[in-house]
Design a protein around this ligand. Structure first.
Ligand code: NAD
Length: 262
């Protein structure tokens, strides 16, 4: 097993969730130490305890990723605990309610943008200075295949995820020559509580809905959180030293083609 994160210190947000936790576990297994951040205190404690029980150095930090002081706080906590931040998976997010744009609840729109876009910006705003000062670091933001296509019923989520690519590219261009890389991943349909939250609003039968959505992928199935985590681990590692400002599709080939075989 590769130990490419040996001696490295990382922050993962949304770490009580499926993709964040799977990624945290991979980073730990590959030798890293991780500060797991989430707003869900109970879930976070349970997930962190699970990693600690395996002998990993995993610390929990409860924070609202959309709150300025809380974000400054988790960056500071990582510096206090680890002395440095080598990698940052800027991943927390919510799905929001589904409704057509012309009927979308305005408060809900603000909420989704607040968490998914402002939260991502704040993460960059407070973590990047530590990396720039150190002259090294790598960031991965979680975008979505919805960063590349419209998502009927999810205007707020979709707009935020388009914004995630903009934040990635701009930050990447600003800090590259200071030794810091910024990339994003674009997961497709991944089996997580967030996906189930969306499916519950779309289908009476969630399992059938999941199968149907899995068919957008050329691989003809939904993806698993680990399949995102493995790519994030690579992007945060030195093996990805020439990858910057990029968006990595992890979608089973959904964006690659218009399927004509279903
Ligand atoms: N599941 C998919 O199909 C899919 C596809 C594309 C992108 N994504 C993105 O992947 C990321 C992770 O989502 P997931 O699918 O693992 O869902 P998840 O619901 O399992 O995880 C999301 C986590 O973010 C946390 N969170 C929400 N708001 C927060 C806040 N304000 N502060 C701190 N933490 C907060 C939640 O508590 C939860 O633990 C999200 O950004 C999501 O948009 C998911």
């Amino acid at each position: 097993m590769t130990k490419r994160h040996e001696g490295k210190s990382h922050i993962v947000t949304g770490a009580a969730g499926a993709i964040g936790f799977a990624t945290s576990e991979i980073l730990c297994r590959e030798g890293g130490e991780v500060l797991l951040v989430d707003i869900n205190a109970e879930g976070l404690q349970a997930r962190t305890a699970e990693l600690a029980a395996k002998g990993y150095r995993a610390l929990a930090h409860v924070a609202d990723c959309a709150d300025e002081a809380a974000v400054e706080g988790y960056a500071k906590a990582a510096m206090e605990q680890f002395g440095k931040i080598d990698g940052f998976f800027n991943n927390a997010g919510i799905e929001g309610d589904l409704a057509p744009t012309h009927e979308y609840d305005i408060a809900m729109f603000d909420k989704v943008l607040h968490v998914n876009l402002r939260g991502m910006f704040l993460g960059l705003r407070f973590v990047l200075p530590h990396m720039v000062e150190a002259g090294k670091g790598a960031v991965v933001n979680t975008a979505s295949i919805g960063s590349e296509r419209g998502l009927a019923g999810a205007c707020a989520y979709n707009a935020a995820k388009h914004g995630a690519v903009g934040l990635t590219r701009t930050a990447a261009s600003e800090v590259a020559q200071k030794g810091v890389r910024v990339n994003c991943v674009m997961p497709g349909v991944i089996e997580t509580p967030l996906l189930v939250g969306m499916l519950e609003q779309m289908f009476d039968d969630v399992a059938a809905g999941m199968k149907k959505l899995g068919e957008v992928a050329t691989l003809n199935r939904v993806g698993q959180p680990r399949e995102v985590g493995d790519v994030v681990s690579f992007l945060l590692s030195d093996e990805a030293s020439y990858v910057n400002g990029a968006k990595w599709e992890i979608d089973g080939g959904a964006l690659a083609t218009i399927r004509n075989d279903i």
